[in-house]
Design a protein around this ligand. Structure first.
Ligand SMILES: Cc1ncc(COP(=O)(O)O)c(C=O)c1O
Length: 396
């Protein structure tokens, strides 16, 4: 072995991941996203993507992206605060704010960065963050970056949250309550009216990560704030353009003064170049498409209802979902992994999720439904799930 093998620890880490069955084998798609995708030269029914509305390969978005390349070139050329803000960025932000019914919005490179941008600007050392135990990794990292104290409360347990707020009632610093709107592993939702009420009562800033709500919930897919009718009562909305909206990018929407402040002090905004013109234009086209028609959102929900009801009739447990994210609860990680392997053999691509992403004994296959799935696609999935379920003794 090289005497100066300073990266030797990486081999040990990788071996540990293999031994614990936690090593990720990354599948490669040999073409565009869609209801069906090509993997290893074979067509697979895709039940894994966040492409809720099928916009990832939408023709209109493609045309908008190509036109933007012709007009603006391929790169922004600088960070937003120096020379990288183009009119396509500001048009996107203006339209996004309209879509979210907020005063203003600011776009950054991705949803992950949106959380890293805004949370450290809301709170800092000596302040307190209250965070749902199942919040997304990007919220957790944003909270850690802020250096505020982090108090984690049990999933969706607003009574426990209130108890913490009562305990900290005399705290002099700022307080932030931050939640995922839709929790990505279970498909359940935060109770925003209750959270807004608690924040109003205890003087906290409220923030929601609407990554799985945009394009899915609310009128024309405008998100969870609209769905739960709490407009004006949630101080900060963060979202992503990489799921239902089909492209890539993250954003923060809220009061104009907050957005102005983020543009002055948000580190990923200040120190990293922004979306390419093609991405900005594709996102803009996606939002305009949603504002013009809710046909795709309706189709997504029709598919979700049909699939979930059929799977329950067959005898599967679909957990606590309230959205198109559909966990098929299978218990042990070994069973779930074997189930997913058998589905893949039969050309159905649906991922198994086990510990540590979800608690031990709660392994599941997470089915992500999309407006692009046809009834035939869904029937094929339901029948194949049923046959494998009976074969493996998961169903009676
Ligand atoms: C709840 C939540 N927040 C943020 C993100 C990050 O979004 P992006 O992929 O745009 O970085 C994700 C993506 O997995 C997510 O599920």
């Amino acid at each position: 072995m090289n005497k100066r093998d300073v990266l030797g620890f990486v081999d040990d880490q990788l071996e540990e991941l293999h031994d614990a069955n936690l090593y990720n084998e990354i599948r490669v798609l040999e073409g565009a996203q869609g209801a069906w995708v090509t993997i290893d030269g074979e067509e697979k029914l895709n039940l894994c993507s966040n492409n809720y509305l099928g916009l990832a390969a939408d023709e209109d978005l493609g045309v908008a992206a190509k036109e933007a390349i012709d007009e603006f070139g391929v790169g922004p050329g600088a960070v937003r605060t120096i020379a990288g803000t183009m009119s396509i960025h500001t048009e996107l932000e203006k339209t996004l704010a309209e879509f979210k019914q907020c005063e203003a919005s600011v776009v950054v490179q991705c949803g992950f960065n949106a959380n890293l941008t805004v949370i450290p600007l809301l709170v800092g050392k000596g302040d307190i963050i209250y965070s749902d135990e199942l919040n997304h990794a990007s919220i957790i990292d944003g909270c850690r970056l802020s250096r505020a104290d982090i108090r984690v409360y049990p999933h969706r347990n607003t009574d426990a949250l209130e108890k913490m707020l009562q305990e900290d009632a005399d705290h002099k610093g700022r307080k932030l309550v931050v939640v995922d709107g839709v929790f990505s592993m279970d498909g359940d939702m935060a109770d925003l009216p209750r959270i807004a009420e608690l924040c109003e009562q205890y003087g906290c800033i409220s923030m929601v990560d609407d990554a799985h709500g945009e394009g899915v919930l609310g009128s024309h897919g405008s998100g969870i704030v609209d769905h739960q009718d709490v407009h004006g009562r949630i101080d900060v909305e963060m979202g992503t353009l990489s799921k239902a909206l089909g492209c890539v990018g993250g954003f923060i929407a809220g009061e104009a003064r907050l957005i102005d402040y983020i543009k002055q002090r948000g580190r990923p905004f200040l120190f990293s170049s922004s979306l390419t013109p093609a991405e900005a234009a594709a996102n803009l086209a996606a939002i305009k498409k949603l504002m013009a028609s809710d046909e795709l959102v309706e189709k997504l929900w029709d598919n979700a209802r049909y699939f979930q009801e059929s799977m329950r009739e067959v005898g599967f447990d679909t957990g606590k979902t309230q959205t198109p994210i559909t966990p098929i609860m299978l218990g042990e990680a070994k069973v779930s992994a074997e189930f997913s392997r058998r589905l893949f053999e039969r050309n159905i691509f649906a991922q198994s999720i086990g510990f540590p992403t979800v608690p031990r004994g709660e392994a599941r296959i997470r089915v992500m439904l999309s407006a692009v799935h046809s009834r035939d696609d869904l029937d094929l999935a339901i029948n194949t799930f049923e046959e494998i379920g009976r074969d493996m003794g998961v169903l009676d």
